[in-house]
Design a protein around this ligand. Structure first.
Ligand code: NI
Length: 189
């Protein structure tokens, strides 16, 4: 089922999401997250963005693969589910990339993040993994993980940048934004 995507201003995006009891059947949730993400042309989606405050996100970088084969080995198979993830370590040279977010439509900003992330997580079959990711894979993970912590990429911007975006953000929360996917805007009249 394709869900509407919860956008900026909804308090669920600011909550710390709750762990999922290991062994819980997450198959429907996983299907819904992938379907909703793909319908919106996203490369990552976290459960709070479909209105569920639980610790799971999905990532699918396979569409990026052709563009960036040289720089991103392994992107062709980077389609994953992360449940109850814990970031164990982040290191490497920080690098800047223009990020966007399905919950903050039509805003893209340069965000600096560390190059590597080490993460422990369960997959959709409740197998536990501990893995290291770098480059764009690490960035997708860091961005989606932030969603489970109630954090958004705009939180990293300077006070000046935030002030400049204020009007656009308030438009988004009122549903005054054009998207190719269905959204749930908290202050829509
Ligand atoms: Ni996002």
């Amino acid at each position: 089922m394709i869900h509407p995507i919860v956008v900026y201003g909804d308090p669920i995006l600011r909550q710390r999401a709750k762990d999922i009891e290991p062994g819980t059947d997450v198959s429907q949730l996983v299907t819904d997250l992938f379907e909703t993400m793909h319908a919106a042309q996203g490369i990552g989606l976290a459960a709070p963005q479909i209105g569920k405050s639980v610790r799971i996100f999905v990532a699918d970088g396979t569409a990026l693969h052709q563009d960036d084969e040289e720089n991103e080995p392994g992107m062709d198979t980077f389609k994953k589910v992360f449940i109850n993830p814990v970031i164990l370590d982040e290191d490497g040279e920080p690098w800047v990339f223009e990020e966007g977010c399905l919950s903050i439509p039509n805003i893209r900003e340069n965000i600096s993040r560390k190059a590597r992330v080490r993460i422990r997580y369960y997959d959709e079959n409740w197998n536990l993994h501990e893995e290291e990711f770098d480059g764009m894979k690490a960035r997708i993970i860091q961005h989606e993980y932030d969603h489970l912590e109630g954090k958004l990429f705009i939180d990293y911007l300077s006070p000046l940048k935030k002030r400049i975006l204020k009007g656009k953000l308030s438009d988004i929360s009122r549903g005054q934004v054009h998207t190719e996917y269905r959204i749930l805007a908290p202050l829509r009249k």
